[in-house]
Design a protein around this ligand. Structure first.
Ligand SMILES: [Zn+2]
Length: 301
């Protein structure tokens, strides 16, 4: 009987486990290290980061962290969070010194803000590659000219652009969570948890469907997350959800080897490399993304 059960379990696993070769690949990225959004009472930046890297280690998942050096001045205690991230063997890259929105500045000013972040990255990363830029607010220039000029500047400085092809508005949960925790409103926190997981699920279906429609296959996805307290609280559950979907976690470098991401390093036009833009270019209609952050800013006010 025991043998039969074991055999049944093994065959169920074989049936439900995805084939490694065809598995959907996701590269995890965490923006705004070492300090994102408000903290609940008793929480620290180091604690948040430690929780995230522990979840990553459990899932054997690589993740790229994008830093804003200015936070080490605003919150000196957060500096240690960067060391925690590195001690876990995860890489860091550039999110500009001050979280600058390119569209509101000249490319020269934006470049200076990138350069200001570099000594810190050099210290933290040593010989490893940190020349990736995640645009703050995903703002890639207010005109086609500025977009192209910024791309040329980044190419000259040896940067690759970390685009985003999977996003569910995770950032918007961190401030409400801090407010709800301060009020001790556990029902509201449970509602945030449910909404966060539902948004993650909806966004994955959306991206996979759009990928098949616009690219004709499932491309590796680059997921945007943030180094906030609620992201840390949810990291274990979120990564388990992706693994249950048959996801294989890969590095940003591995994911963006896919030809889909190649135009991202070529300065051409104003259009960032997103699945939506790929769909538009192909004339493929796509539906609403199915998730929103509407109303989260009012939770636990
Ligand atoms: Zn950011």
């Amino acid at each position: 009987m025991r043998g039969l059960l074991l055999g049944l379990a093994a065959s169920l696993c074989a049936w439900s486990a995805p084939l490694a070769a065809g598995a959907l690949e996701i590269a995890l990225t965490f923006d705004d290290l070492p300090a994102h959004a408000a903290l609940p009472p008793g929480e620290t930046r180091v604690g948040v980061t430690a929780r995230i890297v522990a979840a990553l280690a459990d899932a054997k998942a690589p993740a790229m962290g994008f830093i804003n050096g200015v936070q080490t001045e605003r919150e000196p205690d957060s500096t240690a969070a960067l060391a925690v991230w590195r001690a876990a063997g995860q890489p860091l890259a550039n999110h500009t010194w001050s979280h600058m929105r390119l569209d509101d500045h000249s490319v020269a000013t934006f470049e200076a803000d990138i350069a200001r972040n570099e000594p810190m990255l050099q210290r933290l990363m040593g010989d490893e590659d940190w020349r990736w830029l995640r645009y703050p607010y995903l703002a890639e220039g207010k005109t086609a000219e500025q977009h192209a000029e910024a791309r040329r500047m980044l190419a000259r400085r040896g940067y690759r652009v970390a685009g985003v092809t999977l996003d569910f508005g995770d950032w918007a949960y961190n401030d409400p969570y801090a407010r709800c925790a301060a009020k001790g409103d556990s029902a509201a926190i449970a509602a945030l948890e449910a909404r966060y997981m539902a948004a993650a699920e909806t966004s994955l279906t959306y991206a996979r469907t759009l990928s098949k429609a616009a690219v004709g296959r499932e491309i590796p996805l680059v997921l945007l997350l943030h180094a906030g307290a609620f992201d840390a609280r949810m990291a274990q559950r979120l990564l388990a959800f992706y693994r249950d979907q048959g996801v294989r976690f890969v590095t940003l470098e591995q994911a963006t080897r896919d030809a889909f991401y190649a135009p991202d390093v070529t300065p051409a036009g104003k259009t960032p490399t997103t699945l939506e833009n790929a769909a538009k270019a192909k004339g493929v209609a796509f539906g609403p993304q199915g998730w929103s952050v509407a109303g989260l800013d009012q939770v636990c006010r």
